[in-house]
Ligand binder design. Structure first.
Ligand code: SF4
Ligand code: SF4
Length: 401
């Protein structure tokens, strides 16, 4: 184990053709490999058999309300930015069966589901970006602060065991990315720099005559897996190229979010007329919360079959944009789109700090690209920092929702 520890943080060079060895080593260690795959007109996250399932030669173009795949000039495995799905799909699945009751004569029995991912096979996530490592940490922190005990029903029955994380350096940014503003990317950084440990760091160099990766172990289990992959020590120039790649990506980032005193800004902006302006465009469709890698709202759903013999309790994703989400004893607390958008942004960028000790936004830009009307939180925030006269909207009296 001492040899493996000594390998942590050492940069090796790996031929692109040996990427398959990473998959086969993980499979031999009983990991289910999950990563990006082309599906229809998007890159989504699903089980991968090997590197042939990665979106080879595909990239994407993103803007507010726009996401398009495009062919790249090279055969990069990780040449896209971010798709609509985040890893929370596996860490907090969209629907989880909590229990099932089955009638047996005059009595009933309760069946509990198998623990997901906690059985003999664990998950390995391939291609996790720096902002997504930060998002995983944010979700971990939410669970810690929420005080879900180890024997909590949700934790014990439905949460997956810590996956094996293979990070990939971003060689390009989408026009919607702003991780540099949030301090979450684009460099993967040393373990713990985004608050979460990870196992392997890959950086891809997809040139036609010398397609290769650098690979660095970030944990002992990462060093163990990497030791089975054909590799050689990277030269100093190759180590420099890793740093240069993320520096160039950072320099090209076009969107920025400036927020010095978030709690104060939102406290001072409760009656800002811009909330009405954004509400006139927002469809309250909840897309932004579903694609967001840190949004965590859930609800409980009880169902029964027509025979009355089987009843189930499900935990499923919900959204603060839904009218029913704030339903309390006879009515919804947030009845207008204005109040729901304000709640989302105020929590995400403001009160999240007080509650969980960080921003709830990691700058991935998904909510910008996947909003059907192209609402962009970086632009809305800028409007909120302007006085009502500058925004051109008459100040109305603030009405409590
Ligand atoms: S609020 Fe938007 S940009 Fe921030 S983490 Fe969520 S989806 Fe990404
Ligand atoms: S901001 Fe956009 S994605 Fe979010 S609820 Fe409104 S319309 Fe839907």
């Amino acid at each position: 184990m001492a040899t493996l520890s000594a390998d942590i943080g050492v940069t090796y060079r790996m031929r692109a053709g040996d990427l398959g060895a990473l998959f086969s080593t993980l499979h031999a260690a009983n990991f289910l490999t999950i990563g990006p795959r082309l599906s229809g007109e998007a890159i989504i996250l699903e089980e991968l058999n090997g590197p042939e399932d990665l979106p080879v030669g595909w990239g994407d173009e993103q803007e507010a309300g726009r996401y398009r795949l495009r062919r790249r000039a090279d055969q990069a495995f990780f040449g896209y930015n971010l798709g609509p799905e985040s890893w929370k799909k596996f860490l907090t699945p969209q629907r989880q069966l909590l229990w099932r009751a089955r009638r047996q004569g005059a009595t009933f029995t309760i069946e509990q589901p198998e623990r997901l991912g906690g059985g003999p096979q664990q998950l390995a996530f391939i291609g996790v970006r720096a902002c997504e490592l930060a998002a995983i940490r944010v979700q971990e922190r939410v669970r810690e602060v929420s005080g879900q005990p180890a024997n909590d029903l949700i934790d014990a029955k439905c949460r997956v065991a810590t996956p094996f994380l293979v990070g990939v350096t971003c060689a390009q940014s989408a026009a919607t990315c702003f991780c540099t503003s949030m301090g979450t990317g684009p460099a993967l950084g040393p373990p713990g720099s985004s608050g979460v440990g990870y196992d392997l760091a890959l950086t891809e160099f997809p040139s036609e005559d010398d397609h290769h990766f650098t690979i660095e172990a970030r944990s002992e289990r990462g060093a163990d897996i990497a030791s089975h992959i054909p590799r050689q020590l990277a030269t100093e120039e190759e180590c420099d190229a890793v740093r240069q790649q993320s520096d160039t990506t950072a320099a090209l980032m076009r969107r920025h979010l400036k927020l010095d005193k978030p709690a104060q800004l939102f406290q001072d902006s409760l009656e800002h007329p811009h909330w009405d302006e954004v509400a006139s465009r927002c469809l309250s469709c909840a897309n932004c919360t579903l694609v967001c890698p840190t949004c965590f709202c859930t609800n409980i759903e009880d169902t029964s079959d027509l025979s009355g013999d089987v009843a189930e309790r499900w935990l499923r994703w919900d959204s603060c944009f839904h009218l029913d989400f704030s339903y309390l004893h006879g009515g919804s607390v947030r009845q207008t789109t204005r109040s729901r958008y304000r709640q989302w942004l105020t929590h995400k960028l403001g009160t999240w700090h007080e509650q969980f000790g960080s921003s709830g936004c990691v700058g991935c830009g998904r909510c910008i690209a996947w909003c059907p009307v192209g609402i962009d939180l970086t632009v809305e925030l800028e409007a909120l920092t302007l006085s009502p006269e500058v925004t051109g909207v008459q100040t109305g009296k603030y009405e409590h929702p």
